[in-house]
Design a protein around this ligand. Structure first.
Ligand SMILES: *Cc1c(COP(=O)(O)O)cnc(C)c1O
Length: 397
């Protein structure tokens, strides 16, 4: 998963261009930049790779989600449906706008269950936000049908799934809007950074303005620009974008390495009776950043996870007990702890998650182990890792 594993000369060269010009800002300073527009360059490369009309870079994946929601007019009191298994950024980005995160069960795809989504729709629902956790997606056609029937937006959180696809289309490009993260541990990294992608020109117009204090970016005099609406600063810097310019060129190479490692390990684990794999919907292709598998029970999964790490198999996660990625450990959300007063709409409408029944999610997450695919493993190391995992797991199951 982490692009930082294969850092090199291209990254250094791109960053050096920016340091040489001294222009760290993505807008303006036209005469000083030696022709370097790293953020613009990365946006156009991504637009081509993701087959979309518009890309706008942001300071992080979290801010990309907030910008995407804001650009589509989501605001105070609007409900956004999101899964119980995701990174905390999902609900943070929603609450930042005074909107309300409505948690919904996952299924064996480890992301939104379309039937559970239908049951969660209310008059206030505006958006369905599937999160392509660990590189794979929900049944996106089913979610699209629900969106069309109810007039809702589909926003793909593809922060962990860049390079994956669904029915031939890049993940992130299927919904009305899609978001990527380029933080330090993602498939490709800028250090910190994110992107909003869309085919909708007006969302794009809103996104670049909203991310830069509402500046309309018309003309060359920043001081004379107009501000059609209130915004914020979610800009990416040229230094971060420069790193991304080098990394994006290697995306397909990274995915190919992940796929090779994933395939070796999956074939090995397939020999272990009792192990099954996460369902990838028809027409879906993962980005192979993780190998996700189910153990026969929660008890066995816990033991297997502990034993893998005791035996030196690193990079395997048991998200069920992890405090970033699964609702059970989101005490700050459950107890509505914020520094200041939350917006009235959030206080009034945020469901009481301490009482929620997510047993369907628990059923899957309690049995799931996810193993990170590293880029730096040699063929021999992957083979040995597979054998070691098989012997540890055979012992436990
Ligand atoms: C990493 C991540 C984010 C947030 O990205 P940052 O760049 O770290 O802010 C959002 N959603 C998911 C699923 C992520 O994994």
């Amino acid at each position: 998963m982490p692009g930082f594993e294969l850092f090199g000369d291209q990254e250094r060269k791109q960053v050096q261009d920016v340091l040489d010009s001294g222009v760290l800002m993505r807008y303006g300073f036209d005469g000083m930049r030696n022709g370097h527009w790293k953020a613009k360059q990365l946006e156009s490369t991504l637009a081509e790779r993701m087959q979309v009309n518009h890309v706008h870079l942001t300071s992080s994946g979290t801010s990309a989600l907030t910008v995407a929601l804001a650009s589509a007019g989501v605001g105070a009191g609007d409900e956004v449906i999101m899964p119980t298994f995701t990174f905390v950024a999902s609900f943070e980005s929603i609450i930042a706008l005074g909107a309300v995160p409505v948690l919904v069960d996952i299924d064996d795809t480890l992301t939104l269950d379309p039937e559970a989504v239908k049951r969660a729709i209310s008059k206030k629902t505006k958006v369905i936000m599937p999160v392509h956790m660990c590189g794979s997606m929900a049944d996106l056609d089913a979610l699209k049908v629900i969106c069309e029937e109810h007039g809702l937006l589909l926003l793909e959180d593809a922060c962990q799934a860049i390079g994956g696809s669904y029915k031939g289309k890049p993940l992130g490009s299927i919904g009305d809007l899609g978001c990527f993260s380029f933080d330090y541990v993602k498939t490709i990294t800028c250090g910190e950074g994110g992107a909003v992608i869309t085919n909708n020109a007006s969302y794009y117009e809103n996104a670049h303005k909203y991310s830069d204090h509402g500046h309309n970016h018309i003309g060359h005099d920043r001081g004379a620009e107009e501000h059609p609406f209130l915004g914020y600063n979610f800009r990416i810097s040229e230094l971060n974008a420069a790193v991304g310019c080098a990394q994006v060129e290697r995306l397909d190479e990274f995915i190919a390495i992940q796929k090779r490692n994933y395939t070796v390990l999956r074939e090995a684990l397939s020999q272990v009776p009792g192990i099954t794999f996460r369902r990838v919907p028809d027409g879906g292709e993962e980005n192979y950043s993780f190998l996700n598998f189910f153990l026969p029970s929660e008890e066995i999964a816990r033991k297997a996870h502990a034993s893998l790490s005791e035996n030196g198999v690193d990079g395997c996660f048991y998200w069920y007990d992890n405090n970033w990625h699964y609702y059970r450990k989101w005490e700050h959300l459950i107890q509505k702890k914020s520094l200041g007063k939350l917006p009235q709409e959030v206080r009034d409408s945020l469901p009481d998650y301490s009482q929620a029944d997510f047993s369907a999610s628990d059923h899957w997450m309690g049995r799931t182990i996810s193993c990170l695919m590293k880029l730096g493993w040699t063929e021999k190391e992957v083979g040995q890792r597979g054998q070691q995992m098989v012997s540890v797991l055979r012992e436990i199951i």
